[in-house]
Ligand binder design. Structure first.
Ligand code: NAD
Length: 441
């Protein structure tokens, strides 16, 4: 639901006032509706000469029946920059985007595809490919009208892994993901999927599932076909049960910091389902205080819930061989873990630790044809953020390129993309769901 200010500036008088006084003008973002088209409008694709992703892009657009006709405006621009070998050739970006960027419609997309700089064959190519980041982040700040810009680095040999990521970025599922750099490597064979039900037959554990972002994650994974096992603390059993049963899923209560919780979770998954395909570590807490007033209890509880318990649960699942082939582990970090935040030394430490955890486990899981990634939400409209004092809340909400807070569904859709069986090439990524927040950018 849009916040009050967004509702106000989206009526004709409010829009006029906001424009004349120079106030932020958040536009209503397109969000995915089941059964809707991948892209609601035309897509223009271009490439620098010698690019290697043209076929992969064309296949995604053709499979999704995307409208490729020339027009006055476009919903999305896609540019294959893998052919750019030197700084001078970066002009190919300008030549494609300069005449077309103002033709992008509301809630539109600019997507650039490149080669990971470390895979470049020459220093000149490495410079040019690294330069794409600055380009995309600036486009994100210029593009307006609720549109986004993102960069995908596709490793040589991983061209066949592009579909799930390109589909996610093109679609309204990525409404609040902007200025991100996503890396795709070789994730092995890509299964043929029903894109409306990619998780059919899969078991998904979601911690902290009784409310807020966790409830949205549970609903989204269930929508995509998964049987969701929701987990939350015993005092929230009634809420948890209502969420899980409403989705045709099941539930389990545990305090994830309890000494026996990893064993209990592992045993439950083994007994009831024989293993697990998707694990979403969403449970998290804040216990804010400035460092000078930070007591041991506040510090340790946040570290234990937000990061230590994730490691313990992962280890129990790995030791019990309960992660099925192609399993997807997704963690919830935060932009506080990237940018830091006054009053949140404990929380930011824990959420930066989550990023370290993704780095540490990614190679381990790759050996088992599994992946681990994290989302780092920015300002998301939840009960938690509704309690923030008005001025701080308004600042949090507006200080991003989309001038609005995200919704729990935006985090959930990003997690669903990581969770897809077609996302095997997406491993070790941390993707911010923050509308290009100015914090830590
Ligand atoms: P929330 O407080 O509404 O939900 C968190 C859930 O985790 C609750 O259901 C809670 O009971 C559960 N939980 C907490 N401790 C637990 C424990 N020891 N064992 C089991 N379950 C436990 O918060 P939310 O806003 O929905 O946040 C979800 C996640 O997103 C958290 O990890 C949070 O840090 C992260 N996040 C939120 C925002 C935001 O703007 N709301 C921004 C960045 C990151």
């Amino acid at each position: 639901m849009a916040d009050r200010y967004s509702q106000l500036v989206n009526n004709p008088i409010g829009k006029l006032v906001a424009k004349n006084v120079g106030l932020p003008q958040p536009v209503s973002l397109d969000r995915y509706q089941p059964g809707g088209p991948l892209v609601k409008g035309r897509v223009l694709a271009g490439a620098a000469p010698g690019g290697r992703l043209g076929d992969a892009v064309e296949k995604v657009l053709a499979d999704a029946n995307v409208d490729r006709a020339d027009g006055e405006t476009y919903k999305a621009l896609v540019f294959d920059a893998t052919g750019i070998q030197s700084p001078a050739q970066l002009d190919e970006l300008r030549a494609f985007f300069s005449p077309t960027i103002r033709q992008v419609e509301r809630s539109g997309r600019a997507i650039v595809l490149g080669t990971p700089p470390q895979d470049a064959k020459t220093p000149a190519e490495r410079i040019a490919q690294r330069a794409l980041e600055g380009f995309v982040r600036s486009v994100g700040k210029e593009i307006r009208k609720g549109s986004t810009a993102n960069l995908v680095y596709v490793a040589p040999g991983a061209e066949g892994q592009l579909a799930s990521t390109l589909r996610f970025l093109l679609s309204p599922r990525s409404a609040y993901v902007s200025a991100q750099v996503i890396r795709i490597g070789d994730g092995g064979p890509v299964p043929t999927l029903d894109w409306e039900q990619p998780l059919a037959g899969k078991i998904a554990l979601v911690t902290g599932a009784s409310r807020g972002i966790g409830a949205a994650i549970a609903a989204t994974l269930a929508r995509d076909g998964a049987h969701v096992v929701g987990l939350d603390v015993p005092p929230l059993a009634d809420d948890l049960k209502a969420v899980a049963e409403g989705l045709g899923g099941s539930w389990l209560t545990a305090d994830i910091t309890a000494a026996d919780a990893p064993k209990l979770i592992a045993e439950h998954l083994k007994r009831e389902h024989g293993g697990v395909d998707v694990v979403v570590h969403n449970a998290g807490i804040t216990r804010d205080k400035t460092l000078g007033r930070m007591d041991e209890e506040r510090w340790n509880s946040v570290i234990q819930v937000n990061v230590a318990s994730i490691q313990r649960i992962n280890d129990a699942l790995l030791e019990g061989k309960l992660l099925n082939d192609g399993a997807r582990v997704v963690c919830v970090s935060s932009i506080s873990g990237i940018a830091g935040n006054a009053g949140q030394t404990n929380y930011a430490t824990s959420k930066a630790g989550v990023i370290g955890l993704v780095d540490a486990y990614a190679p381990l899981l790759a050996e088992r044809k599994a992946t681990i990634n994290a989302v780092a939400p920015g300002f998301i409209e939840t009960q938690m953020t509704a309690k923030i004092p008005f001025a701080t809340r308004e600042a949090g909400r507006r200080l991003n390129s989309l001038s609005q807070g995200g919704l729990p569904i935006d985090v959930a859709e990003t997690i669903a993309w990581f969770a897809s069986p077609a996302s095997g090439g997406v491993n070790g990524n941390v993707v911010r769901v923050c509308g290009q927040s100015l914090l830590g950018a």
